[in-house]
Design a protein around this ligand. Structure first.
Ligand code: GTP
Ligand code: MG
Length: 320
């Protein structure tokens, strides 16, 4: 675990100077559970929302500003310390591991995108299994949460891949927690649930397969685009928090859509636009290639050269 966990409890609205139980209750009823949410309000807006006087609201806000953990700036050395804790998860293939500078990094979101059948779900299954391996074997020695939006999680496939890396299938399936998400709101609620469960479980990987499918189906048309992107943004922020707090890897899969504006090169681009691109640290583009092989291309990495890795999907899982 990194920072934040196990520190002194966060102050709440009850700790605000001059706020009695009745006012605290009003604030909570209006949805102000966190001090940060209060700290960023204006007195008149808070007065409106929580049915308080404006002078009282102003006092509450200034109290919240002092108590709230505004966050923001940390020293370069503490950032370096965090980076030192980054772990790398093997894909089981030397080609993809090399492409990623040693494997899939914790504290990051990795987006795997490609056409149907390109192998996104297979990569998800393989990494879920590998995550259970001890660190000496390239694993993260922790448990996995798998949010399945398309009903394509297959325990049989996990069992098969587990056997191939020497893990008892039952043990593997016990440590991979799966939830089917029925719509985008449910998908977001499941992330909250992981936040709760991670207090007692050493979660090292969270998979969302697929990230966008529900959002795309539910928010149709131009008029709903802003709303969709806003929700997606919030969803990704919560996922990133899980990655940071637990020193875990988040893997999301994404579909591609043809980009009619593309005159040359590969006409496919990932769905979801800039939001997903900005939120993910690594983006891997999968495509099928000659002789049943597959190619993973590293796109837009902050500190690694672009490049490609060739791999195969076999009954044992991903191989070189
Ligand atoms: P969508 O979710 O439809 O967008 O596709 P995807 O990118 O998730 O594709 P997925 O990972 O499901 O890849 C499916 C392909 O993996 C199949 O067409 C097979 O080629 C391969 N595959 C899946 N399971 C097995 C298996 O048990 N053995 C072998 N040899 N190949 C498999
Ligand atoms: Mg799939």
């Amino acid at each position: 675990m990194i920072e934040t966990e196990d520190e002194a409890p966060e102050p709440t609205v009850d700790d605000l100077p001059g706020v009695g139980p009745a006012t605290a209750e009003k604030l909570r009823e209006a949805g102000f559970n966190e001090l940060l949410a209060i700290a960023v309000m204006t007195p008149s807006a808070l007065a409106d929302a929580a049915e308080l006087g404006e002078a009282v609201s102003a006092k509450i806000i200034s109290g919240a500003k002092k108590l709230a953990n505004i966050g923001g700036f940390v020293s370069g050395s503490s950032l370096l310390e965090r980076r030192r804790q980054v772990l790398k998860l093997t894909s089981g293939t030397t080609s993809i591991d090399e492409l990623l500078g040693g494997g899939f990094e914790t504290q990051s979101i990795c987006e795997v995108y490609g056409e149907f059948g390109s192998g996104k779900t297979q990569v998800g299954h393989q990494l879920a299994v590998n995550c259970l391996l001890p660190k000496e074997q390239g694993g993260l020695d922790g448990e996995v949460f798998y949010i399945d939006t398309e009903d394509t999680f297959r325990p049989e496939r996990i069992a098969q891949m587990a056997r191939a890396v020497g893990i008892e299938p039952d043990v593997a399936l016990e440590r991979i927690h799966v939830a089917r998400a029925y719509n985008s709101s449910h998908q977001m609620l499941l992330v909250d649930e992981i936040h709760r469960m991670a207090k007692n479980i050493d979660v090292k990987m969270i998979i969302v397969d697929s990230l966008i499918a529900h959002f795309r189906a539910e928010f149709l048309g131009r008029g709903m685009l802003a709303d969709r992107q806003q929700k997606l943004n919030r969803h990704l922020k919560e996922l990133k928090k899980l990655a940071d707090v637990n020193n875990a890897l988040v893997l999301v899969t994404n579909q591609v859509q043809a980009n009619p504006a593309s005159m040359w090169g590969d006409p496919n681009k990932p769905v979801g636009g800039h939001i997903v691109g900005h939120a993910s640290t690594f983006r891997l583009y999968l495509r099928k290639s000659k002789g049943g092989s597959r190619i993973a291309r590293l796109v837009d990495s902050p500190n690694l050269p672009e490049g490609e890795a060739k791999f195969f999907v076999t009954s044992e899982g991903l191989t070189d």
